[in-house]
Design a binder for this molecule. Structure first.
Ligand SMILES: [Zn+2]
Length: 372
């Protein structure tokens, strides 16, 4: 089983230069190979006798004008070659045409290497860069398949390790649980627990709006003075500020989701969730913000693969199952409940229900009945 762990890294200034050089070379090499591919393709179309002229790193580095390619590790370039071959092959099976060139400004800064890397505690090693400090230790034990070094928009560096791990099945447990993914809370369990989503976006929203407003003002000013954005230091500084808030929100949200999905898959053998049509729901504007906030899709995705890792079962209950209408005590269908109704009394057996807890119990019952 392959597992990925992304860790913030702190290269020193020499290492930073080396990493930036590698980003540049990798981007250049991708564009070079792609251009060559497209040219060859066109030539061949015009002249079927045309023999493809493939120039790769091995030939390129011998030419004096490309000698600078030798300043970086060769491995990331061979990864680029592999990636491009794959992407190029897909050209003819997809409707999107040739792969895209990578622009200096907009393409993601990253490169991958699969040879000669080592991890030791909170340091990792790649050749030509050396030992780099990491924010935390690598979470998984096993064979290191590759590492991708990247830089976020706000300028932080990361290493994503892909590890081939041993079997990570857990001892079976007897609990099972139903989860209702709600709006007032992120998640309500059939055990009666209401887990808050902390509304990450909203807590940082005001700050984001303020900083974004500043950014557009600076854009205006730059336009008025006819200045290139690259040269406007104030604009660039503000752009990084905005990117940082976005990253902060995303990190907090992922951290929350990972902790919760890990705990639930540790504690339960069977987890039942409602399969939701998030796209359909997001069209309703009043709800849109809350729903995007809570990131259901990502949460269910995490539950799914963590269940596989640990030997647990995830059951997805049909989204047309009336989990909020059924009485979990007697099974009576009490009819549709508006979203603002948080509690209701069953007209058949008289049980008082918390809307969400009742729904999650129904989801559990329905999920388990499907397995029996
Ligand atoms: Zn009832």
């Amino acid at each position: 089983m392959k597992k990925a762990h992304k860790i913030r890294i702190y290269p020193n200034s020499r290492q930073e230069i080396q990493i930036q050089k590698t980003f540049g070379c990798v981007r250049f090499y991708w564009n070079f190979l792609l251009d060559q591919r497209i040219t060859n393709y066109k030539q061949k179309k015009e002249n079927p006798e045309y023999i493809e002229n493939k120039l790769t790193y091995a030939g390129l580095k011998k030419q004096e004008e490309f000698a600078w390619l030798k300043e970086i590790e060769a491995q990331p370039l061979s990864q680029v070659n592999m990636d491009l071959n794959k992407a190029y092959k897909n050209t003819f099976n997809s409707k999107f045409g040739f792969p895209k060139f990578k622009s200096k400004k907009y393409s993601k800064k990253s490169y991958r290497t699969a040879v000669g890397m080592k991890v030791n505690g909170r340091y990792f090693y790649v050749s030509k860069v050396g030992w780099v400090k990491m924010a935390e230790e690598l979470r998984f034990k096993g064979k290191l398949m590759n590492v991708t070094i990247s830089q976020s928009k706000s300028g932080k560096y990361f290493a994503t390790f892909l590890v081939e791990t041993e079997n990570s099945l857990k001892e079976p447990v007897t609990n099972s649980i139903g989860l209702d993914l709600g709006l007032t809370h992120f998640c309500i369990t059939s055990a009666g627990e209401k887990i808050d989503n902390k509304r990450f976006y909203r807590s940082l929203e005001q700050r984001l709006i303020r900083e974004q407003r500043k950014l557009s003002k600076r854009l205006e000013v730059a336009k008025q003075h006819n200045r290139k954005l690259d040269e406007c230091r104030n604009y660039q500084k503000q752009k990084v500020k905005v990117a940082r808030i976005h990253e902060k929100i995303a990190n907090q949200r992922m951290d929350f989701l990972h902790k919760l999905s890990s705990r639930l898959t540790d504690e339960n053998q069977i987890i039942c969730v409602e399969e939701l049509n998030v796209k359909g729901l997001v069209k309703n504007h009043k709800l849109a913000k809350s729903i995007s906030d809570v990131s259901w899709n990502e949460f269910v995705r995490q539950l799914d693969y963590k269940c596989q890792w640990k030997g647990r079962t995830l059951v997805k209950v049909d989204r047309f199952f009336p989990s909020s209408q059924l009485c979990s005590s007697c099974g009576h269908n009490d009819g549709k409940k508006e979203l603002n109704i948080r509690e209701w009394v069953c007209s058949h057996c008289g049980t008082l229900h918390d809307r969400d807890i009742n729904a999650s119990i129904n989801i559990k019952t329905e999920g388990l009945s499907g397995l029996a």
